[in-house]
Design a protein around this ligand. Structure first.
Ligand SMILES: [Zn+2]
Ligand SMILES: [Zn+2]
Length: 240
């Protein structure tokens, strides 16, 4: 209830006129980003990323890249991401995380769909699956940012949203720099299928806000595989 009221407050704030830049709050003529923030957003975009882990690729580099070639736990066939988790992109994701801004979700969701649409696997996707949030975390936060993004992606790509998974236990969000192995141990078995996941035999795309170590995407895809998903991709806004 409190979260719903906070979210409603966010929606009212979002629709003020004249429009304000989503990142810095300066008054602008058209909804979106001001010129300075738009330039920062564009500079952070990953135009050519590794198809396996999403890291930016140097000119002439092959994919899977050197960064993930030895990482054993990329349990998805491909990962799409918008840009580096830095600058305006990071500001927007933090705003989405803590204020559940519908305008920010729409902006980031549109950018994510633009990136997914350029992937050769876009036509294979049948269902959009958000990374689930633990009920206790949901109670602490203004909204569920991964689900807000997934709703936008589902609407724009015209593929159904499927809340297939649940959190089986609460895991600290990755704010400190843990090693990939330590993080993988931390998130191990923290996701499980809901009673009727509805993904058996289907091709699904996981949606989340950011990838840091890749451990969450790996665990989510493991749970989806247990639920019978046939093929799994992932799409995130930021890549740290
Ligand atoms: Zn701005
Ligand atoms: Zn890679």
């Amino acid at each position: 209830m409190i979260a719903a009221l906070r979210q409603a407050g966010g929606l009212v704030r979002d629709s003020v006129w004249p429009p304000a830049c989503l990142a810095c709050g300066h008054a602008i003529a058209r909804p979106g980003l001001c010129a300075a923030c738009a330039a920062n957003w564009a500079a952070g975009r990953i135009e050519r990323g590794c198809r396996r882990c999403g890291r930016p690729l140097a000119v002439g580099a092959t994919t899977p890249c050197g960064g993930c070639a030895t990482e054993s736990f990329w349990n998805v066939r491909g990962l799409a991401c918008v840009g580096r988790y830095d600058g305006v992109l990071r500001d927007l994701l933090l705003r989405l995380k803590f204020s559940a801004s519908g305008d920010v979700a729409a902006w980031c969701g549109a950018a994510l769909v633009e990136v997914i649409a350029r992937r050769p696997w876009v036509g294979e996707i049948e269902l959009i699956v958000p990374v689930p949030m633990h009920p206790l975390r949901r109670w602490q936060r203004a909204g569920n940012h991964a689900e807000q993004l997934a709703v936008e992606v589902s609407r724009r790509l015209e593929r159904p949203l499927r809340r297939a998974l649940r959190r089986t236990r609460m895991v600290p969000s990755q704010t400190r720099q843990a090693s990939r192995t330590a993080r993988l141990r931390e998130v191990r078995d923290s996701f499980g299928p809901r009673r009727r996941p509805g993904v058996a035999g289907r091709c699904v795309c996981i949606v989340d806000n950011v990838v840091v170590s890749g451990a969450t995407v790996h665990e989510v895809s493991r749970a989806l595989r247990q639920a019978g998903a046939r093929r799994i991709y992932a799409a995130v806004v930021g890549r740290r």
